[in-house]
Design a protein around this ligand. Structure first.
Ligand code: B4P
Length: 182
């Protein structure tokens, strides 16, 4: 079974949802940079104060900052890990490669959760998080298409990419993911 996984896809594709299910079932570390950053904001830490406005606007926080979070967490003992929301641009891809090399680990599979814009906009508006309003969603989608989408080709060229149709019910999507990583 694959133990070092990454979830890629636009905001609202269900990366967080599926990564949580999978990590719970397999006792893997679920490393969601978005969730970790939201905790920093919630606890009003120095880091949280730095990123709050950026996140609420739907923009990406600095690569260096996110890298520190990733390094700190991947260094902990674990049975396996799932990266959710990281990397989000090619610079972060190369940083991740360096971190994994230093840990003597490698990425085994990348799940690309594909979903039409129309469906994800509806999902995000229903969720209603602080950064889930029409204007911010538009910005997040634009940034995703410009900076994160090229990662699909990158991981495809490394033969790591697995395509998942994320426009369906939770159980069907989860079953497909489980089957592919077995
Ligand atoms: P994230 O936390 O990664 O937010 P996301 O992309 O919107 O979440 P996701 O795709 O996981 O959606 P979810 O499963 O929750 O990032 C938030 C912000 O943090 C970014 O904008 C940025 O500012 C910052 N950030 C994070 N990582 C960064 C990085 N590496 N570099 C720089 N900045 C970074 O699903 C969405 C909704 O759909 C939920 O309500 C869920 O219940 C629902 N849903 C899921 N699957 C469904 C299904 N099959 N059917 C129906 N509904 C479903």
């Amino acid at each position: 079974m694959k133990k070092h996984l990454l979830f890629l896809g636009p905001p609202g594709a269900g990366k967080g949802t599926q990564a949580a299910l999978l990590s719970e079932a397999n006792s893997f570390l679920h490393l969601s940079t978005g969730e970790l950053l939201r905790k920093e904001v919630e606890f009003n830490t120095d880091l949280g104060k730095q990123v709050k406005d950026i996140m609420n606007k739907g923009e990406l926080v600095s690569d260096q900052l996110v890298l520190e979070i990733v390094k700190k967490n991947l260094d902990k003992d674990n049975e396996g890990w799932i990266l959710d929301g990281y990397p989000r641009n090619l610079y972060q891809v190369h940083s991740l490669n360096d971190v994994l090399m230093s840990l003597n680990q490698s990425l085994e599979m990348v799940f690309y959760l594909d979903i039409p814009d129309k469906v994800l906009i509806k999902r995000l508006l229903m969720r209603g998080r602080k950064d889930d309003n029409e204007e911010t969603i538009k910005i997040r989608l634009k940034i995703y298409k410009e900076t994160t989408e090229p990662l699909i080709e990158y991981y495809k060229n490394l033969s790591l990419l697995e395509y998942i149709n994320a426009d369906g019910d939770l159980k069907t999507i989860s079953a497909e993911i489980n089957q592919k990583m077995a």
